[in-house]
Design a protein around this ligand. Sequence first.
Ligand code: ADP
Ligand code: ADP
Ligand code: ZN
Length: 214
Amino acid sequence: MNPKILILGPPGAGKGTQSERLATEFDVEHVTTGDALRANKEMDISDMDLEYDTPGEYMDQGDLVPDVVVDAMVEEALSDLDGFVLDGYPRNGDQAEALREMTDLDVVLVLDVPEEELVDRLTGRRVCEDCGANYHVEFNQPEEEGVCDKCGGELYQREDDNEESVRNRLSVYHDNTEPVLELYEDHDGYVEIDGDQTPDEVWDDVRSAVESNA
Ligand code: ADP
Ligand code: ADP
Ligand code: ZN
């Protein structure tokens, strides 16, 4: 059986970076609400009677997209999957409750990184437009500037990786998502990881955590 892994941590903690490696190493699907929502930024949600008519309007400001939209996406993505690494969800208590009803989890990883470091990581992030791989202009450079090592795709900067949106996302995390961590503290397979190390060092800890809990 393939492991069911949840990876938690603030924006910029390295969830996407470590999830890519987990997906390859443990042969599981990388399910990420951020990527799923970016692919559906212009989706018409005007019939849902929400504040805005598309997910993109919430995302560009760094606000949470409403639960009804995100819960349905995750439920759809997880159905039929044997193993997965879930990244970017849950981000509040109601989403955590929705997830509990959707699936069980073998491993719950939390990446800890100090706040000052997160701003530098997010404002320097570059993403492959084809495969979604994450790079950094300073901390995690591709071999050739602007080009993805894995697939040759072009790297771009996300619209919401500007300082203003980053600060808002960190405050949204603090208010909505941080309290969710407590709900998992006693969960089987819960492991806190020091995310303030090199990507390879973090990976060593992440891999052993999954190996000993899956
Ligand atoms: P980061 O990698 O910086 O944490 P993500 O790519 O996970 O950012 O998310 C980008 C944006 O997508 C968020 O700022 C938010 O607007 C939206 N989003 C992603 N996941 C969720 C979620 N679980 N609930 C609500 N909104 C979400
Ligand atoms: P998240 O998915 O949690 O928002 P990412 O994996 O996208 O985080 O990483 C955010 C940025 O930080 C990216 O530019 C990435 O290349 C870089 N990064 C990831 N892990 C590390 C690390 N251990 N040290 C320094 N930079 C990192
Ligand atoms: Zn790529």
